[in-house]
Design a protein around this ligand. Structure first.
Ligand code: ATP
Ligand code: MG
Length: 265
């Protein structure tokens, strides 16, 4: 049975999508069966998995509105035909594009609107070890669908001055969802991303995080690494684009940490 994790942080540009696609590729590289769900109308996780969002015939939009099953709408990540990259392990993708922006409004008035994704995932849960959901930068009905379907939340964050403040809103939302909608939901961990150890402030915030959240802070730390930023323009996760890059290796370490963590859940 799959363990389902949302990658969420309502702050924009903190590294959610980078975390989702690289964790998906990292988990696949250590032999896990993975479904990645793109819940963001920007479709960045879809594009970053080698799938053209404009060419999707079915997407997560159709699944949320009950006009397709995940089995019908999922596609396989695509690393292209040539070279060693083509041989890297792949994962399944439930893609997203602009259509999804309309779902927010269309879901209003439908029964059980926050549980649409959960119900659809239940049917395919046996096909996977991990389901990773890339959330948009908001606490919207889409994110709520992610949170209601998940066993836990992975929160990528940059170690900056306002990072802890932003976390309060997310932690409160997760508490509310836990209390009212999904008793299973918990924060699995905080992932320090785009980390630069030479910057004293980042070290200080990192220490504060550990004081505050203890072992909820993942051991893996993702460094700021240009290869991770270049990879999406090739439609690849960094882990596939350049497996030897420091950032890619950090994501494979993180994947291994996640495999160990799920055994203790
Ligand atoms: P949004 O809120 O818009 O969905 P996001 O939280 O998904 O954004 P990303 O798209 O993953 O954030 O990352 C934002 C930008 O930072 C991207 O250009 C990405 O390539 C870059 N980036 C992410 N992680 C790293 C890293 N570790 N090193 C260098 N660049 C990074
Ligand atoms: Mg994103």
């Amino acid at each position: 049975m799959a363990k389902i994790f949302c990658v969420a942080n309502q702050k924009g540009g903190v590294g959610k999508t980078t975390t989702t696609v690289n964790l998906a590729a990292g988990l696949a590289s250590v032999g896990q069966r993975v479904l990645m769900v793109d819940l963001d109308p920007q479709g960045n996780a879809t594009m970053g998995s080698g799938i053209d969002k404009r060419q999707l015939t079915l997407s997560v939009y159709d699944v949320l509105l009950d006009s397709a099953s995940i089995a019908e709408a999922r596609v396989r990540s695509n690393w292209g035909d040539e070279g060693a990259r083509a041989k890297a392990p792949t994962y399944d993708v439930l893609g997203a594009n602009r259509d999804l922006a309309g779902a927010e409004v269309e879901l209003v008035g439908l029964d059980n609107r926050e549980n649409r994704l959960k119900q659809a995932l239940a049917v395919v849960a046996h096909d996977y070890d991990f389901v990773l959901v890339d959330c948009p930068p908001s606490l919207s009905m889409l994110t709520l669908n992610g949170l209601c379907s998940a066993h836990g939340v992975i929160v990528p964050m940059q170690c900056e001055y306002f990072a802890l403040e932003g976390l309060t809103d997310l932690v409160n939302t997760i508490k509310q969802v836990h209390a009212n909608l999904n008793r299973e939901l918990k924060i699995i961990g905080l992932l320090r991303v785009m980390f630069d150890p030479r910057i004293t402030l980042q070290q200080q915030v990192s220490d504060q995080l550990k004081d505050h959240f203890g072992d909820k802070v993942f051991n893996a730390v993702i460094p700021r690494n240009v290869r991770l930023a270049e990879a999406p323009s090739f439609g690849l996760p960094g882990v596939v684009f350049d497996p030897s890059a420091k950032g890619s290796q950090a994501f494979v370490d993180f994947a291994q940490e996640m495999v160990q963590r799920v055994q203790t859940l």
